[in-house]
Write a protein of this length. Structure first.
Length: 415
């Protein structure tokens, strides 16, 4: 009985193993697994970590956010990129419709008040001798024209005076019967004038009949004393400079300008001049001269504006600010951050459809105050990305593996 019982039990165990193997092999047959086919036009990515790309929905393995579906067919243009609303919000991407505005460029230069070189004068000695007395000794003294400037002792001038007096005596004693003293007196008188004596002095010399030990000399020009080359007791030679004078009624304002700025303003424009040392004082003027020579050490040039100084409030050496404004003109401008700079080219992003952006090459002009002029490549009414352009650029490079500016040629742009 025991052996008979054991046989059926073994048979039952063997039959069970056979059934299990049949079921297992059936479950492994192809086509029996129930899986959903993935859409080849759709991939899933994370708005926070765009480097994550999956073929099926789920959570981001980095930040654990829900993945966003992106349709490949909607990004067929190589120079376009489409973002999800979440990416636009997180990237702080802002779009603005641009319009042309009336604007003019403004350039502010620093400068200095200087003497008008055309008003500089030098008073020189008409004859050699010793300076007996100086009547103006301080730099900055105003000297009117005709003012007594110095007294000079000159042996040659004293001899010329004695010669003139002797001719007068001979003419008085002998008349013109033997010698025409009128011609001789005229020649002697001309010599005295040539050496600096004025007509009243010559008349007084003839009236008194006595030559003076020292002769006064007078200023031949009006101005401010800027240089005094002699002192009392010095000997001077004929033609030697006694003083230098400069007129202050008209002055020059010379402003420093970099060579890169020269093309940024019109030399015929009216300029505004402000004086930090004289609050509230502003003058208008025009550029009268642009120095054709550039300083090779600092690449700085000089522009000159002539100003009137009738009230004599301005002084040479005063600092000034010169504001040059160009005439108003129609132009398109963008914030500087909206323009992406490349090697010899500039690019912006425009919105072509909802959440879709396209790169566009532009030509820029003048820049200032955080804005840049767009000379070509845009039209009024275009929707331009004004904030987040760099993020769009980075996303495009990540998705396509290339810079949208690669291969662009600025020479093909319409000017």
């Amino acid at each position: 009985m025991q052996s008979l019982f054991k046989i059926p039990v073994r048979l039952i165990g063997a039959l069970g193993c056979v059934v299990f193997i049949i079921i297992l092999s059936a479950s492994c047959k192809p086509g029996t697994k129930n899986t959903a086919k993935s859409d080849p036009d759709v991939y899933y990515t994370c708005s926070m970590d765009p480097q994550v790309v999956e073929s099926k929905p789920g959570k981001c393995p980095i930040c654990h956010m829900e993945l966003t579906a992106v349709h490949k067919s909607q990004q067929q243009n190589s120079d376009e990129i489409k973002l999800s609303p979440e990416q636009i919000q997180l990237g702080n991407i802002r779009v603005d419709t641009i319009q042309s505005v009336s604007a003019g460029n403004k350039t502010v230069l620093t400068g200095t008040v200087n003497f008008d070189q055309s008003s500089l004068n030098a008073v020189s000695a008409r004859i050699g001798g010793r300076i007996e007395k100086l009547y103006y000794k301080n730099i900055g003294d105003p000297i009117p024209k005709g003012a007594r400037l110095y007294d000079l002792y000159s042996e040659d001038l004293n001899n010329a005076q004695q010669e003139y007096l002797l001719l007068l005596q001979k003419q008085k004693a002998l008349g013109n019967s033997i010698v025409n003293y009128d011609d001789l007196l005229q020649s002697a008188k001309s010599k005295l004038r040539l050496w600096g004596m004025i007509e009243p002095e010559i008349t007084a010399l003839a009236a008194t009949g006595k030559a003076t030990i020292s002769t006064p000399f007078y200023s031949t020009a009006e101005g401010t004393l800027t240089e005094l080359d002699v002192k009392e007791g010095d000997y001077v030679v004929e033609g030697g400079t006694i003083v230098k004078l400069a007129g202050l009624s008209n002055l020059w304002v010379e402003a420093q300008v970099y060579t890169s700025q020269l093309s940024g303003f019109d030399p015929n424009s009216t300029v505004s001049i402000q004086f930090p040392d004289l609050p509230g004082k502003t003058l208008q003027g025009k550029i009268t001269f642009v120095n054709p020579e550039v300083n090779p050490d600092n690449r700085i040039n000089l522009v000159r504006i002539a100003v009137s100084n009738k009230d004599h409030l301005l002084r040479p050496g005063m600092p000034v600010y010169v504001t040059i404004k160009d005439p108003q003109r129609k132009m398109i401008s963008l914030p500087s951050d909206a323009v992406l700079r490349g090697a010899g080219m500039n690019m912006i992003w425009v919105q072509t459809a909802q959440n879709t952006f396209k790169s566009r090459m532009v030509q820029t002009g003048q820049e200032g105050d955080g804005f840049v002029e767009i000379k070509s490549g845009l039209q009024p009414g275009d929707a331009v990305v004004t904030s987040g352009a760099y993020l769009l650029q980075s996303e495009y490079i990540f998705r396509n593996g290339a810079d949208p500016m690669a291969g662009m040629d600025m020479s093909k742009m319409k000017m």
